[in-house]
Design a protein around this ligand. Structure first.
Ligand code: GLC
Ligand code: CA
Length: 545
């Protein structure tokens, strides 16, 4: 990657909005476009440059919209098409770009295409999905669904199984069929005509399964390895075709979700003629804070990306637990300090950052203690399977809790009202912990809040070439600290992330050619004596020249 960004997304910080949980404009307990539009000034003030919207299309919402039944409409829970258009207009008026999440791999079972496909074996749309005749009634193979149980669902009237990598209501399309590809290009064209600036492509490495349908192997923990149902031959051709179509229009950004921590797999999917970037799960998805591992992943990202590739930087999402809770070791005195360290890494390292809504406030994981409070199909699906396998309700709940993705999906905490200012009535999912104390209203007024720290970092990143662009001139591990220098022409940035519980001594003249000034510190107490600096435990510092 050239260290001087040429395309808008190369120096943009994105903000993921989980649409049902951001702001409820009409008081029905569900987030919507009028709500989101009313918060654009908040996002502008924070300093983000792009929004990623999770799916908002018409959907029965078995998987909160990742099960689309009409690709050409806005789900009534989220507003009208006019509300969507107004949102785009208002975002653009504030110089905020918008990318939309598109699910190309599967449709809802309620989609008219699937209804037609399942109507008979000779339906003209039969081949739009993946149907398989069994030997007797035996399952076609051992492939498992990510939401629990077999990935094959029996269709009694036509005597065949259909394939679903996720819920049985999310039916995998057959991307080997050129009609499917054309249909999806038409969908993309429709939203591009509405003025969107790009797509986040859901589970894009799932588009093809092996034509041999071999059984998948298992790892030593008994978990299935998805060898034959992901990353199959021919997939890059399909992605190339849609990227070519989309890139006929200038400046459209394509980010793909490739659910893998293997950098060799990830790097296949982006670059010239393919996706612009893919999400780097290897960096942000660790269960516990492990600075050595973070350092190794940063090194690996540097080594494995070609010059035409840029990594992504993210540590929370609607599928992951919030990093503040994951990395805090249950210790309230560490949670926020570590969250600020991660924020510093995310907003100063090389790559395209994606902030998850509420992380800028230090919102914690929401925990559903009873099965009735659980909303996520991944938790609920595994609960059902566990009960069927003879587990007790208590055991099944423990399994469901481990699989559930509700943790990070609780309503945005705008103020100290009972429903966080998100809605005037009880929201569709429970509020996060301490929501009457942790919220935007007070943090916006406090200069030392985590919100203000994010805002400061974002402002630095927008303005300083060695932060929004730049290459690593040095990247090292010192005890429990990660330290790097980034350079862009005459600009330099030095970042020290002290994850350890001992102070870190740094001689800044070893790190930069120029004189530096301290531009940001995650705690107040970084001390400087000439070129030598002491960074307290659990503290980050950023110097610029
Ligand atoms: C992606 C989404 C996730 C969804 C799945 C199936 O991983 O991020 O939320 O459940 O795809 O569409
Ligand atoms: Ca609403």
């Amino acid at each position: 990657m050239n260290n001087k960004p040429k395309l808008w997304w190369q120096n943009t910080t994105f903000y993921e909005i989980y649409v049902p949980s951001f702001c409820d404009g009409n008081g029905d307990g569900i987030g919507d476009f009028p709500g989101i539009t009313s918060k654009l000034d908040y996002l502008k003030e924070l300093g983000i440059g792009g929004i990623w919207l999770t799916p908002f299309y018409t959907s029965p919402k078995i998987d909160n919209g990742y099960d689309i039944s009409d690709y050409y409409n806005v789900d009534p829970d989220y507003g009208t098409m006019a509300d969507f258009e107004r949102f785009i207009e208002e975002a653009h008026r504030r110089d905020i770009r918008v990318i939309v999440d598109l699910v190309l791999n599967h449709t809802s079972s309620h989609h008219a295409w699937f209804q037609e496909s399942k109507s008979s074996v000779s339906s003209p749309k039969r081949d739009w999905y993946i149907w398989k005749s069994p030997e007797g009634k035996a399952l076609p193979n051992n492939w498992e669904s990510f939401f629990g149980g077999s990935a094959w669902e029996w269709d009694e009237p036509t005597g065949q199984y259909y394939y679903h990598a996720f819920a049985k209501e999310q039916v995998d399309l057959n991307w080997a069929n050129p009609e499917v590809r054309e249909a999806m290009k038409d969908v993309m064209g429709f939203w591009l005509d509405k003025g969107i600036d790009g797509f986040r492509l859901d589970v894009i490495n799932f588009l093809k399964v092996s034509g041999e349908f071999q059984d998948n192997p298992y790892d030593d923990k008994g978990e299935q390895i998805h060898r034959y149902d992901q990353n199959q031959d021919g997939i890059l051709e399909a992605i190339h075709e849609i990227c070519q179509y989309v890139h006929q229009r200038e400046g459209i950004f394509m980010v793909g979700e490739v659910g893998s921590e293997d950098m060799d797999i990830l790097s296949r999917y982006s670059g010239s003629g393919l996706l612009d970037v893919v999400f780097n799960f290897n960096l942000g998805s660790q269960e516990q804070l492990n600075p050595e591992r973070l350092y190794r992943e940063l090194q690996l990202m540097e080594a494995k990306h070609r010059r035409d590739q840029l990594p992504t930087l993210f540590f929370s999402s609607h599928d992951m637990q919030r990093h503040i809770s994951r990395f805090g070791d249950g210790d309230p005195s560490l949670e926020e300090r570590r969250a600020r360290l991660i924020a510093t890494l995310m907003l100063t390292a090389k790559g395209v950052p994606f902030i998850y809504y509420g992380d800028e406030l230090g919102m914690r994981n929401h925990v559903a203690n009873r099965i009735e409070d659980m909303r996520d199909i991944q938790g609920l699906g595994h609960y059902e399977v566990a009960l069927k396998n003879g587990r007790t309700e208590e055991e099944a709940l423990a399994i469901a809790r481990a699989k559930s993705r509700d943790y990070s999906r609780s309503p945005m905490q705008w103020n100290g009202e009972p429903f966080g200012g998100f809605s005037s009535r009880e929201p569709w999912i429970g509020m996060g912990p301490h929501h009457t104390q942790i919220h935007a209203e007070t943090q916006q007024k406090q200069t030392d809040s985590i919100y203000s720290y994010y805002k400061q970092l974002l402002s630095l990143r927008r303005r300083h070439p060695a932060l929004f662009g730049g290459d690593y001139a040095k990247l090292e591990m010192r005890d429990q600290a990660i330290v790097y220098t980034k350079r862009s022409d005459e600009h330099e940035a030095v970042v020290a992330l002290n994850f350890g519980s001992e102070p870190l001594q740094l001689n800044l003249s070893d790190w930069a050619n120029r004189e530096l000034h301290l531009a940001a510190a995650s705690q107040k107490s970084v001390s400087l004596d000439g070129p030598s600096a002491v960074i307290p435990p659990h503290t980050a510092a950023v110097w610029l020249s």
